[in-house]
Design a protein around this ligand. Structure first.
Ligand code: ADP
Length: 300
């Protein structure tokens, strides 16, 4: 197969590992910086160029789109889709997953368990909103935040009210969420490929922080998933229409709850913590897809 990874930098751990495994499995693989690629939108001939050369002749595309480049990145992925090229994740699913609220709305519709969450735009109903998510402590999240920035734990109703008033006064979109105390500052990242939970790790926040983000100094370790955790992660990826996804779960008293869904999940932490060759699983998925399509084409 001839594969193209859309990534800002070929040297990033995840991008490099995907290239290594593709080559080890006998494929030709290239990396293109999607931000530096441009598109021609013409009737019947949607094309993509990078460094003056057309990106053409690929059998599959692996999008690795950064959160801050979602609009442009997803547009490049869509351009490949318009050419009928198979993309490991679809542009539509990537865009959906980048909106925390939209993700939770989709998950709730598919009956995937999530923490009780509210979304409001005026301070008038603050008391009611806090009560409906179960009362203080509550977690307040800025919708556009990532890597734990803009995630606040309000211990009392009074604190929650002042934080909410401040954010709403600044016209920032926020979610109010039930605090899952039993998670004890840890969450579980499950890597799902083609409807299977292929690897998992537990992330633990630094002492005294309820947030487990590795970017905030958290640590990772291997973990064994329960059947329910596996099923929840797989259901979340399916609901979002993502073939390759990193699903973040909290271990709660009422079972696993999905916090977030990531459409370009990193490989470094999870490969090291779990010992699983995740990059190879992604390539295998592309091979299976490709082989199925070839069979369809020759009518076997
Ligand atoms: P970000 O996208 O910024 O990482 P998250 O929603 O994933 O934001 O929250 C960051 C971390 O905070 C999570 O990994 C988790 O450890 C913790 N956390 C988030 N929401 C809750 C919650 N409702 N209850 C308990 N811990 C939470």
């Amino acid at each position: 197969m001839k594969i193209l990874t859309l990534s800002r930098n070929a040297e990033l751990y995840s991008t490099r590992r995907i290239s290594e495994e593709a080559e080890a499995r006998g494929h030709e693989i290239h990396v293109a910086d999607y931000v530096k690629s441009y598109m021609m939108i013409e009737p019947g001939n949607p094309s993509i160029y990078n460094d003056g050369e057309e990106l053409i002749g690929y059998d599959a595309v692996i999008p690795r789109i950064g959160a801050s480049k979602t609009f442009y990145g997803a547009s490049v992925v869509r351009q490949f889709e318009m050419r009928g090229i198979f993309c490991a994740n679809q542009s539509m699913a990537i865009v959906r997953s980048r909106d925390k609220l939209r993700t939770l709305q989709i998950l709730s519709r598919r009956k995937v368990n999530i923490p009780k969450t509210a979304f409001a735009s005026t301070p008038n109903d603050i008391d009611d909103v806090i009560d409906r998510v179960g009362g203080a402590p509550v977690v307040i999240k800025i919708l556009e935040g990532t890597q734990g920035i803009g995630v606040v734990l309000a211990e009392t109703k009074k604190a929650a009210k002042s934080v909410l008033e401040a954010f709403l006064g600044l016209r920032v979109n926020i979610l109010v969420q039930e605090f899952i105390k039993e998670a004890k500052g840890a969450d579980i990242r499950v890597f799902v490929v083609d409807g299977r939970a292929v690897a998992a790790m537990k992330r633990q926040g630094v002492e005294g922080d309820f947030r487990s983000n590795v970017h905030r100094g958290g640590s990772v370790e291997k973990t064994r998933l329960s059947r329910e955790e596996r099923a929840t992660a797989i259901a979340a990826a399916k609901a979002m229409g993502l073939a390759v996804a990193g699903i973040d779960l909290l271990r709660s008293e009422r079972g696993p709850l999905v916090l977030e869904v990531n459409s370009s999940p990193g490989l470094e932490g999870i490969e090291k913590a779990s010992g699983v060759n995740v990059a190879s699983k992604i390539i295998e998925f592309l091979e299976n897809k490709y082989n199925r399509e070839q069979k369809d084409r020759i009518g076997v």
